[in-house]
Write a protein that binds this ligand. Sequence first.
Ligand SMILES: Nc1ncnc2c1ncn2[C@@H]1O[C@H](COP(=O)(O)OP(=O)(O)OP(=O)(O)O)[C@@H](O)[C@H]1O
Length: 252
Amino acid sequence: MKMLEVKNLCISFGGLHAVDRFDLSIDKGQLYGLIGPNGAGKTTVFNLLTGVYKPDEGIVKLEGKDITGLKTTEINKAGVARTFQNIRLFKEMTVLDNVKAALHRSYRYQTLTGILRLPAYYKQEKAMDEKALELLEVFDLAGESEVLAGNMPYGKQRKLEIVRALATNPKLLLLDEPAAGMNPQETGELMETIRFVRDNFEVTILLIEHDMKLVSGICEELTVLNFGEELTHGKTTEVLNNPEVIKAYLGE
Ligand SMILES: Nc1ncnc2c1ncn2[C@@H]1O[C@H](COP(=O)(O)OP(=O)(O)OP(=O)(O)O)[C@@H](O)[C@H]1O
């Protein structure tokens, strides 16, 4: 069974077909790329997959389960997590608390337990501390657990975003331009991190990226969007050598 199966996804804003008859099929454990020129509709696809927008038409299935049109929280619960083009961290909170905020979704105590600070509350807080630190250790961020997220270097903030997404225990991780604003060294480290995540967290990854070095370095297959429609899809090297794709990027 496919991890993600998208058929005939469509959404228009006014007269603009932002995403038009879009199909996507991703196997479990794949590292898949969604590329295309600026304004092609890539982020809109992510917004449709995560329930930010409801599609006008089409169907989205996660491991065979229809998740089309569900709310963002329901889709996250079903196993889809994402990061954003612009970093969205709680910059005034510590690195540890950022991860704990994401974990809260899976560790739910009764409101009263929290308000009255009953023993169950402390037990769960401790469990969350341990889980968050464990995750941070895996990503070599445990040493900075008490640092304010906004004070960390850019590359580490991006890494923390991925940790926060993983804290929700996803089957499918969507990364929106994870290398945006990174220097070549940070991008190189990010590629290692993404591969590591795929191999060690049993997660399937779909990423949007403009950095072709990253795309060709880690994506096994690609779909190219152009003006809201699929231009082509297939193995990464074949797609990147396709004259139509080169033309779309050069804007000829
Ligand atoms: N909420 C909205 N209302 C109106 N138009 C929108 C909305 N969201 C996206 N669009 C339009 O849909 C088109 C696709 O935008 P989108 O952000 O998905 O492109 P993209 O491929 O992610 O671009 P980039 O690579 O520059 O991030 C654009 O023309 C954009 O202006």
